[in-house]
Design a protein around this ligand. Structure first.
Ligand code: FAD
Ligand code: MG
Length: 346
């Protein structure tokens, strides 16, 4: 399982407050709960205005989202959509429709480098699961022939979705966690929470205003160091999300030491070959940040940065294998590099 390292960043953001126990509790006004959901460790730390009910509802929503959007589990709506591939459209709930629509937007914006129908390839490699392996070239060829976002059709009026050919599979691993973070933030606010940090396996969302009025400070993970080590800090207002896609946590090592990571190239069928090790997006919608972090990684530094610069109020921090850090134009005002082993490249 991939657990990106913003848990510590979240702790940093609220370092002045007394800590609560890891699996749920409250102390000094802060309340925290962590648990497994949507395939990762999720933690919610309420620092002002918390209630048990808010935490309960937020975690219940995570479970509900997983039960709709997981491609890894039998009985979800995505599983039903995949099983119905090549057949009649199936009814999908509004939340899934919204995520599918957004994923098709990022497929278009990235020229298909981001593709929600990547499922056959994700399943074949199994990266991060019990059956991860290097597939045979023929298997990769067969999976590639099934990947095409234009074969995913949505009818928003009828509330249905369909996959054009048998064997096609939707996989929302690159975007659904972001949607889930947005949903948790919405629920917390609806329940009167004034300030909180949400961390869904590295999708961080700062909710509301810190009690002392200072900006939230969220760390950008050092891809070469242990979880929680950060290369610098983004100082951001409430309602900001920080989301990273990287190749350093969900991967396996091949027999000759090859690094097989989980962001896949829809042209070759292999993990994306790149000088990049991570892309971090800073934005207000976590679903957008999640989609864009994966899309920008898949596109590489130049085209990925161009995509980010084309989106309003979306900023990015790219890190390459030589510890060079590339900032989008707006990131320069909010991100401060603190680790001197890294250099700012622009
Ligand atoms: P991101 O960069 O955001 O996404 C990478 C993931 O997107 C890959 O793992 C793959 O799933 C997919 N992907 C790869 N290449 C592309 C591409 N070119 N275009 C589009 N998408 C691509 N993990 C488990 O191990 N077990 C589970 O049971 C499980 N259940 C999950 C249920 C849900 C609802 C969700 C959202 C995730 C689940 N996961 C599970 C985790 C999931 O499989 C991904 O590994 C995880 O979401 C990766 O997120 P990330 O932020 O690390 O990387
Ligand atoms: Mg993503």
């Amino acid at each position: 399982m991939r657990l990106k390292t913003f848990v510590v960043a979240a702790a940093l953001a609220v370092a002045s407050l007394s800590s609560a126990c890891a699996m749920g509790g409250s102390q000094g006004g802060a309340m925290e709960r962590s648990g497994l959901a949507i395939g990762t460790v999720c933690s919610i730390r309420i620092v002002d205005g918390g209630s048990q009910r808010a935490l309960d509802e937020a975690f219940a929503r995570l479970v509900a989202i997983e039960n709709v959007m997981s491609a890894n589990k039998d009985g979800t709506v995505v599983d039903a959509l995949n099983k119905a591939a090549g057949g009649a459209p199936i009814k999908v709930p509004a939340d899934l429709m919204a995520v599918l629509q957004r994923s098709l937007l990022y497929a278009e914006l990235s020229g298909g480098a981001f593709d929600p129908t990547i499922g056959p390839l994700v399943k074949l490699w199994g990266i991060g699961g019990d059956n991860e392996r290097v597939p045979e070239p023929a298997e990769i060829g067969a999976a590639l022939r099934l990947i095409d976002h234009r074969g995913l059709t949505l009818d928003t009026r009828a509330g249905t979705a369909a996959l054009a050919r048998p064997g096609m599979r939707v996989d929302l691993g690159a975007i659904a966690k972001g949607y889930a973070a947005d949903e948790v933030a919405r629920i917390l606010k609806d329940r009167g929470v004034k300030a909180a940090i949400v961390d869904l396996g590295g999708n961080i969302m700062a909710v509301g205003k810190k009690p002392d009025g200072s900006p939230w400070r969220i760390g950008v993970q050092d891809p070469f160091d242990q979880r929680g080590a950060y290369i610098g800090l983004a100082s951001v207002p409430g309602g900001t999300t920080v989301v990273t896609s990287g190749i350093y946590e969900r991967y396996f090592t091949g027999p000759a030491g090859e690094h097989y990571h989980h962001i896949l190239d829809v042209k070759t069928g292999y993990p994306v070959v790149s000088d990049l090790v991570s892309v971090t997006i800073i934005a207000s919608s976590s679903m957008d940040a999640d989609g864009l972090s994966t899309a920008a990684f898949a596109l590489g530094l130049e085209r990925g940065m161009a995509l980010i610069e084309s989106r309003k109020e979306v900023e990015a921090v790219f890190i390459d294998s030589s510890r060079r850090v590339y900032l989008s134009s707006g990131a320069k005002a909010i991100f401060r590099l603190t680790d001197q082993n890294f250099t700012l490249a622009n």
